[in-house]
Design a protein around this ligand. Structure first.
Ligand code: FES
Length: 110
């Protein structure tokens, strides 16, 4: 398991309703970080339907969901669960932290 955190951006560059994508420094996993009402959430930037990048989609703060542009599956950014077809599997969720004025995340899977 990687203990190395990946720098996302300065905290001021990720405001409520905004999102950023980074690649995990160790595993290369694409990670999507979303600021939802001041809380940061990180998911793998990969739709569980056909591996398309979720960051091309739109974040909807009303229900904290992101919609995949390819076929319209939606996921809750707070826990990664699929909210509608054609996706049924959740997207992996990763930790975030704020340190030294920056936002950090990492792929914490084994
Ligand atoms: S690839 Fe995302 S809904 Fe099909």
């Amino acid at each position: 398991m990687s203990e190395t955190w990946t720098f996302v951006c300065a905290t001021g560059e990720l405001l409520p309703g905004e999102m950023k994508t980074v690649f995990d420094e160790v595993t290369g996993t694409p990670i999507l970080v979303v600021n939802h009402e001041g809380t940061l959430y990180a998911l793998e930037d990969k739709c569980s339907h056909e591996d398309f990048e979720l960051s091309s989609g739109t974040f909807d703060p009303k229900d904290a969901s992101i919609e995949c542009v390819l076929h319209g599956a939606r996921f809750d950014v707070r826990d990664g669960r699929a909210l509608c077809a054609p996706a049924y599997s959740p997207v992996p969720k990763f930790p975030t932290r704020i340190e030294h004025g920056g936002v950090w995340t990492r792929d914490d899977r084994d």
